[in-house]
Each structure stands twice: as C-alpha cells, then as structure tokens.
Design a protein around this ligand. Structure first.
Ligand code: GLC
Length: 693
C-alpha cells in the first residue's frame, strides 16, 4: 500500500477520504440526496478519485458503479460500499429496541449474521451499525434504533451485533465491517428533539452512556461514526478530546472514523467553523478520517498540504488507513466482492432467513397485561379485529430501506384465512391492533406527545360497550404512554415493529404457539411529565418515603413510579422466584462466589424466563444507582419445572468511575438482586474486601 501511496497526488489522496452516494458516478441512478449536500461541487475527475460510496441498491448497481469507477480511476483503487443495514437487509428483523427485549445474545448475533449475508449479495461491505447510543428518551424517534436504557444490555448486544456482522474475517464473503455509531451520546438529545444539544459530563459518559460503544469496540468494530451533536460544546465531528483522547486513547479504538451525513459542514451551522475551509481543518485535525456526503477535504485541504502548513505525513497516515481497510476487505483482489444476482436471489428472503425472522419476532414481543389470562386464545373463540394496524403490511419499522412492505402478511389476512373473524356482536373477544405507524419513529421523528393515540383510545372505549374482553396489540418504535388505555383493556401485547414476520408472530402469540418471553429494555412512563424516567436512577438525598413529610423527591400530581419498569414482561407461564443463596457472603480480592436463585414454573405451559441480576452499592465515593443490571440468563422451563440458576459474582461487577475518573472498587457492602423485573427481585447482601484505598 505504501508504494501505491507514493504514486498518488495530494488530490487523489484527499479523494480517498470522501464518501458520496452512488448516483454521482452514474447519473441515471435514483437521486436520493437531500439537504445541503445536493451540490458537492466536485469535477468529474474528482468524483472518480473519491474513496467510498453511501448506499447501493442492487448487485447490478454496485457492479456498474464499481466498473465505471475503476475505468476512470488512475490507480484502479476500488470503492468501498457502505450502507445502513440496521435490523436486516431485505429480510427485516425486529427493530433493535425490540430485539433488546429478547435479552438473547445469540439471537442478536444471528440477526447480524443473516443481515450481513443478505447485504453482501448487493456488494455492500460496511454497515453503519450497531447504534450504541443509550437512550432514556421516548420522545426521541431514534430510540427505536437503540438497545434501550441499560448500559450492560447495550454493551452485550452491541458486542454481539459486531461479532455477527464481521464474522471471523471481514475479508470473507457474507461478512460486513461494522461502523458503530453515533459517537457520542446522541441518545441524550435534549428534550428528545433529534439533532439537539447533548450536555453531559465525561464522568457520566464513561460511567453509563459509553457502554454501547465499548461493546462494539471490544468486539473489534472496524469503524466509528461521529454524531451530529455537540459533546462538551463541540460537535463530535470536530471534537479533538472526544476523538483523540476518549475514543482513541482511553477506549483504545484504532479503526477508521467517519462523519455522519454532512456532519463536517454542519460544524459551520453549530457556529464554530466559519466556512468550509475551517470545517475541513477542524475536522481533519480532530482526527476525522472520512467525510460523509460533503467534500470540504478535497476542495479546501489541497492547498494546506501543498504549502506545507499541514504535514503531508498526516494525510498519508489517514489515506493509508483507508487503503489498508480496503485491502483487509479483500477489495483489491476482488472489487466486486459478494455482488451477485444469483447469490442475491438464493440468499435474500430465503425460507431459512424468514424462519429466523419469525423466531426473532416471537422472542421480541412483550406481554404487558393479561387479566384473567384472557391470552392465549383458543381456536374456538371468535375474534372481532379492529384498529389501524390490523391490515397493515408495513410493520418493518424505520431503517428497513430494502425490506419488502407489499408482500408482508397482515394480521387480518392470517385470522381471516383461519376463519377466526366475526362481527363485534357475535365475537368472544375483541382484538384491537393500534399504536404507531412505521414512519412515526426513526430519524427526525421526535414527538412531544407519546400518549396512546387519542382516536384509537376513543375507538376502544366505544368497543368496551359490547362487554367483550379487549386485547390491545401496540406497535410502536418507542415507549408509548398506555396509562389512559390500560383501564379499558384486558391484555396488552407490546409488539414494537417486528419486521417481515410481524403478523405471523403476533398471530402465533395470540394463540399460544409462541409464549411471550421478552422484557422491556426501556422504562414505560406513566406520564410524559416524568421523562426522563429510568430504573437505574440515583437515590437522591430525599427519596420518597424518607423522613421529611412532603419535602421529598416526588410530584404533587403523580406518583414517581413508571407504568411498566425496565425488565418487566409477563408470560403465559407463571414463574416464581423461590429463594436466593450465595456460596460465600464475603468476597475477598479476586475471589468469585456463586449466587444461586431457585425458580419454578408453576404452570402447565413451558416457556422462557429472563432472570435478571442487579446490584446496588450503598456506600461509594460517588452516588451509585439504586439498581444496575450486571447479568441475565434466558432460561427455558418445561411445565411445572423448577431450576436453580447460578450467577458468578466478582469484583468486576462492583467497579465504577469516581469523580476523578479513576475506575475503582471499594471495600464494603453490596446488595445483590435477582428477579423477573427491575422492580421485582429477591435480595442478598454481601461484603467485598480488598478494594482500592
Ligand atoms: C443518517 C444517520 C446515520 C446514517 C447516515 C447514513 O443521517 O444519522 O445513522 O448511518 O445518515 O445514512
């Protein structure tokens, strides 16, 4: 690669750091550009010096773009093709927020593996995924792309997703290099308004909100995408401390760093860079390698390097990273890697992939209410089906740009084809399929009102007059406030957006073919006014119930409690947590002890239970959350089966950042909790000895 570098002009080197959409190479491709990036101002020669492509639509399109490019590029350096493969390519899986509720590491990894194999047949080499942004913000439309509010769950699932995409080598066909995003803390956009200001301390970031990115980094993610938002007042795209100190030095990330869409030029709008030249200089000096869909590097930095104001070695170092990445992907050997109509038609939407999509959908459905065990239904019961999603084919969720919408099943069709439908007068049970539409969440889809839809509520109240049990199926890309509707329903299934096999999974869950097992990866508030509300909160100095009468932390018009807690989810089985025991109640130094919980399925229905392990450190150098998830087990129980489930407890679980950002562990008491939800646990106290002084 170094010899190739020597042959390249400064302009050709800068070109490798630019990423543009495919239609710039072939004019008759669909023009999907929007916003200020429409006019990049690149000459034809410059277009054919650029290094990578954002988005591609088919094997034929990729082959044509790559072929045209190689015919026009002096050094025959292949393009690398990148795209948003977020929860599937053409087989669409549940949105990440739904997948998080499965608490199934292997399932999430397999989703990424299948997504990679399908996307690769269109010649895609890199995915801008996983999104490691932890969020407690249901008003934010992109919470659907996250794995929810918990640091530990985010670490685990981002790790698994990268492993699934990248496989054993990104050179292999069927693997994708992973570009985790959005570094950093984009999920904390103030007031849930997308692209809004983010303000948090480095302490808070490292203690909680970095865990998703760290999971991706520890799994070997090859790229990082910087976020639109500011971090300590500086846009992440040009934030030297965030990139050079935190991402590279503290977190040890050595891969490529790409901006988000037009992020470099947005440093002007943020009010820091005064023009394109400053935007380019600020971002380049901060450590940004690739500029997505803007071209200030090409247009503004050439003179800086030619004059020597910027050392050419800096440019060479960046360009070498890009060339080595292309080599690692195997693109110099085979620039068309993976792109094949034959493979596409064999692999994409295969029955095997669809079968797994159904499994993933089934494991992502959360049963929130089931009064009098109305669910599961029997085939003898007749249904009146209502609600705006009853006949909806698009339950894929946002960021499913290549997923089919038209040939997805609908719940109406499935029930109708099984002769299960009748009039509201004659029915045994009413099923109301409501919630959000797919396009009400995702990027730039923030909402101030996340109450259950008013007109849908009124329809349910009307249906109540028939005195039949009402089952609500709530599809949404975010927590919805169900407080006003829950008093009118008997059962509620939270179905998020489950992808291609949504309708089949909902049908199988209604009839008990699937026993719902998922748990909430994010808190469901009682009221919008409680937001942000999350389980791993600090105790405060005046927790509700403490000795101050009314001078405590509470609302005069609401309880503090959410409607549904993090980790909550019912089942058609009936799991009882009978006892908790520990092998030793004092842990010394590096010792490990075993915590064992005894759980029984007191029902004649087999199913999964997700046992959750939390800790609380009541006395530390900094105030610690009242509960923190540290491990979980997804365990299958046969009917009436009792099991002992064990967790390894060691000091790694107790470590935390103190105010000086020292990662430490103290002597003292730790309270361990194990249970079926963050607010329903057994507890065990232990002492740790051998902490930092
Ligand atoms: C978008 C998103 C980012 C995505 C990128 C490319 O604006 O913020 O998540 O990967 O542009 O589509």
């Amino acid at each position: 690669m170094k010899n190739l570098l020597k042959e390249m002009t400064i302009e050709e080197k800068l070109g490798q750091l630019i990423q543009i959409p495919p239609f710039f190479y072939i004019k008759d491709l669909k023009d999907e550009l929007y916003g200020p990036a429409v006019e990049l101002g690149l000459s034809k020669e410059q277009i054919f010096m650029t290094g990578s492509v954002l988005g591609i639509g088919s094997p034929e399109e990729m082959i044509e773009v790559q072929k045209t490019y190689l015919e026009n590029n002096r050094h025959k350096i292949p393009l690398v093709f990148m795209a948003d493969i977020i929860h599937g390519y053409e087989t669409i899986f549940p949105i990440p927020l739904a997948l998080a509720g499965s608490f199934n590491k292997d399932l999430v990894k397999k989703v990424a593996e299948i997504s990679a194999k399908e996307a690769q047949t269109s010649g895609i080499h890199v995915t801008y995924s996983p999104m490691g942004d932890i969020s407690r913000e249901p008003r934010w439309g992109r919470i659907m792309e996250s794995f929810g509010e918990d640091p530990h769950l985010n670490y685990i699932l981002n790790y698994q997703m990268v492993k699934g995409y990248q496989g054993s080598s990104i050179k292999d066909e069927g693997s994708l290099a992973a570009s985790f995003k959005h570094f950093a803390a984009y999920g904390l956009s103030e007031a849930g308004r997308d692209y809004n200001t983010v303000d948090l301390s480095e302490y808070s970031f490292k203690q909680y909100f970095a865990q998703g990115y760290l999971g991706a980094i520890d799994a070997g993610a090859k790229m990082a995408m910087t976020s639109f938002n500011t971090f300590e007042g500086i846009p992440a795209t040009m934030n030297e401390k965030l990139i050079q100190k935190i991402l590279k030095k503290d977190f040890g990330f050595e891969g490529l760093i790409i901006s988000d869409y037009n992020g470099v030029r947005e440093t002007i709008t943020h009010g820091i860079s005064e023009n394109d030249k400053e935007a380019a200089l600020n971002s380049f000096k901060a450590g940004l390698d690739i500029e997505m869909v803007s071209a200030t590097y090409m247009k503004e930095l050439k003179e800086e390097f030619e004059s020597g104001r910027l050392p050419i070695e800096l440019l060479d170092e960046r360009v070498l990273k890009v060339l080595k990445f292309k080599e690692e992907l195997g693109l110099f050997d085979n620039p068309y890697k993976g792109a094949s109509r034959i493979k596409h038609d064999q692999i994409v939407l295969s029955s095997k992939n669809l079968e797994f999509a159904l499994k993933a959908a089934n494991e992502s459905i959360v049963l929130l209410q089931n009064n009098n065990n109305i669910l599961p239904l029997s085939k003898e019961q007749k249904i009146f089906l209502a609600g705006p999603n009853a006949n909806e084919t698009d339950l894929n969720g946002a960021w499913s740009w290549h997923g089919s919408r038209t040939n997805n099943e609908t719940l109406y069709n499935i029930l109708n084809n099984n002769d299960l439908l009748t009039s509201v007068e004659k029915c045994d049970v009413i099923v109301y399929f409501g919630g959000e539409k797919s396009n009400e969440s995702g990027e730039a889809k923030s909402k101030t009102n996340i109450n259950f839809n008013e007109s849908q509520l009124n329809e349910i109240i009307e249906l109540k007059k028939y005195n039949k049990p009402i089952i609500l199926i709530n599809s949404s890309g975010r927590p919805i406030i169900l407080t006003n509707v829950i008093k009118h329903t008997d059962s509620i299934l939270q179905t998020w957006f489950l992808g291609t096999k949504s309708a089949e999974a909902i049908y199988q869950t209604l009839y008990g073919i699937n026993n719902p097992s998922a748990k909430l990866p994010v808190t469901f508030p009682q009221k919008i006014g409680q937001i942000p509300i999350y389980y791993n909160h600090l105790p405060t100095g005046r927790p509700k119930g403490s000795l101050y009468n009314e001078y405590v932390s509470y609302y005069i018009d609401s309880s503090n409690e959410p409607l549904f807690n993090f980790g909550f989810g019912l089942s058609y089985s009936n799991f009882k947590y009978l006892s908790l025991s520990i092998s030793k109640d004092i842990i010394k130094g590096d010792e490990e002890v075993i915590l064992t919980v005894n759980v029984k399925n007191e029902s004649n229905r087999a199913g999964y239970e997700i046992d959750q392990l939390y800790i609380y450190d009541p006395f530390a150098k900094i105030s610690r959350p009242v509960k923190e998830l540290k491990d979980f087990r997804k365990v299958w129980f046969e009917e009436n089966e009792e099991k002992k489930i064990s967790f390894k407890i060691n000091k790694e679980m107790f470590k935390y950042y103190d105010q000086n950002l020292n990662y430490r562990v103290d002597d003292g008491q730790i309270i361990l909790y194990v249970g079926t939800s963050s607010n329903k646990t057994l507890e065990q106290k232990i002492i740790f000895v051998g902490g930092d002084k």
